[in-house]
Write a protein that binds this ligand. Structure first.
Ligand code: C5P
Length: 224
């Protein structure tokens, strides 16, 4: 049997630059990309639309199993409908964090996330890519940034699409989400023991992607 396709896992808190970095690294290597946060966002959106109680793991997991989710760079399609903008609504930030704490929901999404692993390779970003979903990833990066800088980045991303958004409110929401993600029992946000931590506070996304690619080269993966 041939070896499974290599994986680069990029985990870390909200606003650390994981998504932008993962997209650049995947593009450079010509690898597939998995933004696992979007998967939890889609489940949260579907659960809210069906008026499900977000604390009921079995109910939300049953909804998760019915969804036909397709992720293309920059576009999220669910059961044939384009939900790219809907999954970025502020209420989905916190709803995704709530449903992602439910072990039944994480279990329902496990195989689906692993199915993204295909040749020539996969760059996956999230909270538990290196610890739970792809523990044998060839490279694990834990990407962090100072809390204020993470809030500012989120603000810059959102201010054009959500003109009423406030930096203060965003900062509070990010703190709350990270606290929940770090303290939950199921797959908490934490670096894998064999992860390399990169603090991106004073770095551009291009510089972070270059640092990840340099680590990949050290491990003999990707293009020279
Ligand atoms: O990365 P993003 O902000 O889109 O993720 C939304 C939420 O989904 C996170 O706050 C986290 O609670 C959850 N998540 C997770 N595990 C992942 C990716 C995201 O629990 N691998």
């Amino acid at each position: 049997m041939s070896a499974p396709a290599p994986v680069i896992a990029i985990d870390g808190p909200a606003g650390a630059g994981k998504g932008g970095t993962a997209a650049l690294v995947a593009r450079h290597l010509g690898w597939h990309l998995l933004d696992s946060g979007v998967v939890y966002r889609v489940v949260a959106l579907a659960a809210l639309r069906r008026r499900a109680d977000l604390a009921q793991g079995d109910r939300v997991a049953a909804i998760a199993r019915t969804l036909d989710i397709s992720l293309q760079p920059g576009t999220v399609t669910v059961d044939g409908a384009d939900e790219t903008l809907a999954v970025r609504e502020p209420e989905i930030d916190s709803a995704a964090s709530k449903v992602s704490a439910l072990p039944a929901v994480r279990a329902a999404l496990f195989d689906m996330q692993r199915s993204f692993r295909k040749p020539p390779g996969l760059v996956a970003d999230g909270r538990d890519m290196g610890t739970v979903v792809f523990p044998d990833a060839r490279l694990k990066v834990f990407l962090t940034a100072g809390a204020q800088e993470r809030a500012r980045r989120r603000y810059r991303q959102l201010k054009d699409v959500q003109p009423g958004v406030s930096l203060r409110a965003l900062s509070k929401a990010i703190e709350e989400r990270d606290r929940r993600d770090r303290s939950r029992a199921a797959s908490p946000l934490a670096p894998a023991p064999d992860a390399t931590t990169i603090d991106s506070t004073a770095m551009s996304i291009d510089a972070v992607a270059e640092a990840v690619l340099a680590l990949a080269r050290e491990r003999g993966i990707g293009r020279p």
